[in-house]
Design a protein around this ligand. Structure first.
Ligand code: MF3
Ligand code: CO
Ligand code: CO
Length: 275
């Protein structure tokens, strides 16, 4: 028999704690936004975000020192993935320049709970292709979020993202997925950004998970850099990603990683489902 691993249903108190952690992660992105400019290094941005996380919010970075089976401990507080970097870009001395697009991915721990969110940033004026990729990726994330309600299946999220992004001529990275999030950074289940309607586990009220599609302008194939972490597109095409942490409610979803500086949903979506 195939045993499926347990997806944690959060209690009302745990949900309240998650609202706080997730808001803080979004606030880190709000804070860093005006500093994302041509001429600064990604390491500088990472330092600022670590200081803000610890000294202003009183939280910890979940990324700093994070270790999985096959990677060395992650050396920085955030992930900053520039242009053809798909994810897990390690902040370094590289200087941002006009026309770059970058994803900043922040995971904080507040009172033992993880908040995980990422956004795209553009440095000055960017190409039409870069802007299009970012827009498609943002909307693809929301196509996934809109599928979240009790009785839906995790495959519905993947299906909706894949159908939308591929119709726009983009490709979906398959090696990295969304994930349950809570006391654990990466909990069950894996939330794939491609798939079939009705496949996967049933989504139930109290489940909290991320939706974080990585979408390439070219082919979906990737390679991992010698640092053991950073994924880049094999064809060096641009890649984009957005990420929200989302709660399944009794009648739909609640996006938890919200803050004043958060980009509002597309016109066909909403922060919360109608009650
Ligand atoms: N924040 C990433 C995610 O969305 C994970 C980063 S792990 C790190 O799941 F160690 F690279 F920071
Ligand atoms: Co995540
Ligand atoms: Co993340």
């Amino acid at each position: 028999m195939l045993l499926s691993k347990k997806i944690i249903i959060k209690t009302p108190n745990e949900i309240e704690q998650m609202r706080l952690a997730c808001k803080d992660a979004a606030l880190v992105l709000d804070y860093i936004t005006p500093f994302v400019q041509a001429g600064v290094s990604t390491e500088y941005l990472d330092d600022l975000m670590l200081r803000y996380t610890e000294d202003v919010l009183g939280d910890r970075s979940a990324c700093l020192g994070y270790q999985t089976a096959d990677c060395p401990p992650y050396p920085k507080a955030t992930c900053i993935s520039v242009n053809h970097q798909i994810c897990h870009g390690i902040p370094d001395s590289k200087i941002l320049k006009k026309g770059d697009i970058l994803n900043i991915d922040v995971t904080v721990i507040k009172n033992g709970f993880h908040g995980d969110t990422s956004r795209m940033f553009m440095v000055g004026e960017c190409s039409i292709a870069a802007k299009h990729l970012c827009k498609v990726t943002f909307e693809a994330m929301w196509k996934g979020i809109c599928m979240v309600k009790p009785g839906a299946h995790f495959g519905d999220i993947g299906y909706s993202i894949q159908r939308f992004a591929e119709a726009q001529g983009c490709s979906i990275v398959r090696e990295f997925c969304g994930h349950g999030v809570g006391r654990g950074f990466h909990e069950e289940p894996q939330v794939c950004h491609y798939g079939k309607m009705g496949s996967g586990a049933e989504i139930l009220p109290g489940m909290i998970f991320t939706i974080e599609p990585m979408i390439n302008a070219g082919k979906r194939n990737l390679k991992i850099m010698p640092n053991g972490w950073t994924a880049v597109t094999k064809d060096r095409s641009l890649s984009a990603q957005y990420e929200h942490s989302v709660l399944c409610t009794e009648n739909g979803y609640e996006v938890l990683t919200v803050s004043p500086g958060c980009e509002p949903p597309p016109s066909w979506a909403a922060w919360k489902s109608p009650t």
